[in-house]
Design a protein around this ligand. Sequence first.
Ligand SMILES: NC(=O)C1=CN([C@@H]2O[C@H](COP(=O)(O)OP(=O)(O)OC[C@H]3O[C@@H](n4cnc5c(N)ncnc54)[C@H](O)[C@@H]3O)[C@@H](O)[C@H]2O)C=CC1
Ligand SMILES: CC(=O)C(=O)O
Ligand SMILES: [Mg+2]
Length: 369
Amino acid sequence: MIIGCPKEVKVQEYRVGLTPDNVRAYVQEGHTVYVEHNAGVAIGFADEDYKAAGAILASKEEVFANAEMIIKVKEPIPSEYSYFKPNTVLYTYLHLAADRELTEMLIEKNISAVAYETIKTPAGLPCLQPMSQIAGRLAALESAKYSQITFGGRGQLFSGVPGTPKGKVLILGGGIVGLNAAQIAMGMGADVTIMDIDANRLAYIDQMFSMRIKTLFSSRENLLAELPEADAVIGAVLIPGAKAPKLVRREDLKLMKQGAILTDVAIDQGGCFETSKATTHNEPVYLVDGVVHYCVANMPGCVARTSTIALTNSTLKYGIELANKGVEAACRADSALKAGLNTYKGHITFQGVAQAFDLPYVEADVALG
Ligand SMILES: NC(=O)C1=CN([C@@H]2O[C@H](COP(=O)(O)OP(=O)(O)OC[C@H]3O[C@@H](n4cnc5c(N)ncnc54)[C@H](O)[C@@H]3O)[C@@H](O)[C@H]2O)C=CC1
Ligand SMILES: CC(=O)C(=O)O
Ligand SMILES: [Mg+2]
């Protein structure tokens, strides 16, 4: 198969879909790999490294024009749409339930789109997990940073010092993001509470932190009781592939402390706070009713070297399956990959996406024939 890896274009996005080592793995399997000039240069992967691994260095136009499968990191943004040729395979993060325009483009162009974030094994979401680990850790760090008055916060040091109160961090969703945010926030000495609707997950977290963390069932009543106390709230819920539930409503902000921070990691799935709107690393925060909002949709992009290595450790295996067998045979043979198929031959093959836009849904099995 001919594979293309373009340079990312999103603001401050320095991750890349393939490392030179990944290129070597595809080439060893007999595939041809086009990589856009300077795709990885910002994180220490020079064009010469890709060339030595067997890649053909090319312009963005050439990469898209030649490739049968495009491997990226971020969901395509409007300035990239025109590069896509019909009937291409696209393997990347997509978050379609939050992006009608992109969904329509993929349908119109008959793109076979496999979303990293919905590939699913019995153990979880293998291609979302590494970025969730990173985003969770960053969420705690960013929340601590924007708690400083000089960054617009209320001037609460997470650890406090002896004789002063600790910062209170409330984490909504105790999955991969939530757990990693908790580890770092606890490590910084904050007073941490995690809320989830999954009782087993709360039990696991309670054990993992040897009862040193507060866990609460995620109900509206419990949330309203916690919000007035919180210095930072981290939104980390997920209903895989679907739009995030809006847990904190606009009217709830008046319950919160002035200068408290809401960090909405779930923003890529539409956000779990009603007042969230996606921001970029260039302008990460804004204020609503005196509450700081941090809603960067590609948080791991700011630690792009670690993120690229972590991401591609997980995506390589499925990418090789797609390249070796083609999208149809690969999805039929591997149910994890089939769960990743979001659009195929003009159909939406992921239920949460169809539901988000009230568009027809065709089961992947039926679409694949
Ligand atoms: N902004 C960014 O740069 C990044 C965003 N993410 C996003 O972070 C979100 C979380 O991802 P993961 O932790 O990997 O998911 P996960 O599936 O591991 O965890 C989600 C948790 O949310 C819980 N949950 C669902 N509904 C809830 C509710 N009403 N109240 C409380 N908890 C609820 C689930 O039970 C689960 O434990 C996703 O939207 C993901 O796409 C992930 C990486 C980077
Ligand atoms: C998960 C995701 O969208 C990201 O890492 O940017
Ligand atoms: Mg994202």
